[in-house]
Design a protein around this ligand. Structure first.
Ligand code: BDR
Ligand code: CA
Length: 318
């Protein structure tokens, strides 16, 4: 698989990168960094650190992209992931440095090089992808699949009652991407809550593994775990980005979904960035997204646990 990951690397973004980087048949051609969870330069360092942890140092380039949303000021999620985004471990910088090419020209160039077979997993606000579309509206036609972690198929949000963080941060970018003509798979926060929570049982298992991978997991997920237990009403860690990645690699994790027209709210007073999924086809508009409605939680958890225990996923090409 020819893959690019667009990420605001912090917390679960790092684990999602590990899923891709430690699946042998997946070629991660580049990691592009987008404004999101924590300070932009810190996100770049976190991606580089994760590439090193994946034992792929100097083999997978990291391209810094948009460091601010299209129109709005940045909204941080440091209160969830820790100030460094990596559980407040403050890893020292690694040897590999970011590329000097911006993420957007890299994405456009890659879409020509792997025309029709490129898969992009977008696990951050959609600024880089929106900029790529604005620069070249034919870009979506060359991307085989765009997997988007964001929004919510059934309404529940995480940063506002109805709004999920990635779309909340850059609603205009999300609106551009959803109307651009991508073959787009949307994995929303509702599915994340149903299918991706690792709770006390899994944490016991992970603590007992004591591998470099399980230790990295426990370090980097510490802040999210504490936040979830304290403020989020979740006794465990949530894995939105890893779930989306695992589904892109193993379609059997996609349990249920349908094609809908999805609008992104850019003007609402209480609904900034909400994904409005027209499940009743009230608007009679052609579908613009495959919306995931349910995922196979057991299969997903097995992917993560196998990775943390053995250093490799057991995902086979679907
Ligand atoms: C999304 O927001 C970020 O905090 C996570 O990295 C994930 O991509 C979940 O709403
Ligand atoms: Ca993310």
């Amino acid at each position: 698989m020819h893959l690019i990951v667009d990420t605001d690397t912090a917390g679960d973004d790092a684990i999602s990168l590990l899923v891709a980087l430690r699946t042998p048949w997946v070629d991660v051609h580049g990691i592009t960094i987008n404004v999101g969870n924590v300070r932009f330069d810190q996100q770049v360092e976190n991606a580089l650190k994760t590439v090193e942890v994946a034992e792929r140092a100097e083999q997978v380039p990291v391209y810094p992209g948009a460091s601010v949303p299209l129109l709005r000021p940045w909204v941080s999620a440091e209160y969830v992931h820790g100030a460094d985004g990596m559980g407040e471990v403050y890893f020292p910088p690694v040897r590999q440095r970011p590329e000097t090419t911006h993420a957007v020209p890299f994405l456009l160039e890659a879409s020509h090089r792997w025309n029709g077979s490129l898969v992009i997993v977008a696990q951050a606000p959609l600024t880089n992808l929106a900029l790529a579309v604005r620069q070249d509206p034919t870009f979506p036609s060359r991307v085989a699949q765009l997997w988007v972690m964001g929004g919510s198929g059934n309404g529940i949000g995480n940063i506002e009652p109805l709004s999920e963080y990635n779309f909340f941060v850059d609603p205009e970018a999300a609106a551009i991407v959803f109307s651009a003509g991508f073959n787009l798979y949307m994995v929303g926060w509702d599915v994340v809550l149903e299918a991706s929570i690792l709770g006390p049982v899994e944490f016991d298992q992970i603590r007992r593994m004591n591998t470099p991978w399980s230790r990295f997991f426990l370090q980097t997920q510490k802040s999210t775990l504490e936040f979830n237990q304290r403020d989020g009403g979740i006794n465990g860690t949530s894995h939105p980005d890893s779930l989306t990645m695992a589904m892109a690699l193993d379609n059997r994790i996609w349990h249920d979904g349908a094609d809908y027209y999805v609008a992104i709210e850019t003007r609402g007073e209480f609904t900034r960035g909400t994904s409005v999924v027209d499940r009743l086809n009230v608007w009679k508009k052609p579908a613009n997204a495959h919306v995931c409605l349910a995922a196979d939680a057991n299969r997903f958890k097995q992917v993560l646990l196998t990775l943390l225990e053995t250093g490799q996923t057991a995902i086979q090409p679907s």
